[in-house]
Design a protein around this ligand. Structure first.
Ligand SMILES: NC(=O)c1ccc[n+]([C@@H]2O[C@H](COP(=O)([O-])OP(=O)(O)OC[C@H]3O[C@@H](n4cnc5c(N)ncnc54)[C@H](O)[C@@H]3O)[C@@H](O)[C@H]2O)c1
Length: 250
């Protein structure tokens, strides 16, 4: 049975950062539920691999979300192909971990540029594409929007900024029928984290900080993504929803 509350069949959804990890899992899950999906990433190679896996019904657009021109072009292509942009999911991001005194200025600036400015520009492009019709915008924040891990000055600051960006844009665009929310996952093994997680001490410490005693899995996040895109999520806006096995409770 297709529960109408959670029915996303036919919706045109853009997934930015879909070339790897969580975005790739989200794109797969949306296609399995009948959505019409546009995948975007700065990495053309990863998009080619994804296109081969997902098939010809998926629109693939190389996009750097820190370029407003490219973000606008992405929405235009999705609208042209699928008639509208109903939802935009932003899973593009970078993680750089280093002690604050040793972190290169460039690393901090790049983290803010991709994780914050990119999120802002992509949101704006999405809102323009949704004008007059409404829609759903979902960012991938992090437990780092809230917890203050040492060596996370760049990443945690950028993800905390995303928390507030979500709230401000949600207020500004509520009258347009556009919801803006963020999902905050706990540590999950993906291309972003695999190197850090291969360090035994890092891994053990990260695991010990999750009350439910395991790392996240991409599958943990799909239910929330579907909820925020579906009729059931129509009145949820401005929230950062942590799906983290209790990580933000400690
Ligand atoms: N994996 C985790 O443990 C974890 C935990 C909490 C939050 N998150 C967040 O979830 C999101 C997805 O993480 P992931 O683990 O799948 O990471 P990932 O590195 O596997 O994938 C991120 C993707 O973003 C793309 N990207 C980077 N810069 C871009 C740009 N300027 N324009 C377009 N695409 C760009 C990369 O090419 C990559 O394909 C990120 O925002 C991350 O911060 C991840």
């Amino acid at each position: 049975m297709n529960d109408p509350l959670f029915d996303i069949r036919g919706k045109s959804i853009v997934v930015a950062g879909a070339g790897s990890g969580l975005g790739r899992a989200v794109a797969r899950a949306l296609i399995a539920r009948g959505a019409r999906v546009t995948v975007a990433d700065i990495s053309t190679e990863s998009l080619i691999a994804l296109g081969t896996e997902l098939g010809k019904d998926v629109l693939s657009c190389p996009t750097d979300i820190t370029s407003e021109k490219q973000a606008n072009a992405l929405m235009a292509r999705a609208a042209e192909r699928f008639g509208a942009v109903d939802g935009v999911i932003n899973t593009a991001g970078i993680l750089r971990i280093a002690p604050a005194l040793e972190m290169k200025e460039e690393t901090f600036r790049q983290s803010m540029d991709i994780n914050v400015t990119g999120a802002f520009l992509l949101s704006r492009a999405a809102a323009r594409a949704m004008e007059g019709k409404g829609g759903r915008i979902i960012h991938f924040a992090s437990v780092s929007s809230f917890v203050s891990n040492i060596n996370y000055a760049a990443y945690a600051t950028s993800k905390a900024a995303m928390w507030q960006l979500t709230r401000v844009l949600a207020r500004e665009w509520a009258p347009k029928g556009i919801t803006v929310n963020s999902i905050g996952p706990a540590m999950t093994e993906t291309g972003m984290t695999v190197d850090y997680m291969s360090d035994g001490a890092f891994r053990a410490q990260a695991l010990a900080s999750i009350p439910m005693g395991r790392f996240g899995s991409p599958d943990d996040l799909i239910g929330m993504v579907v909820l925020l895109l579906a009729p059931a999520g129509a009145f949820i806006t401005g929230q950062t929803l942590y799906i983290d096995g209790g990580r933000t409770l400690v």
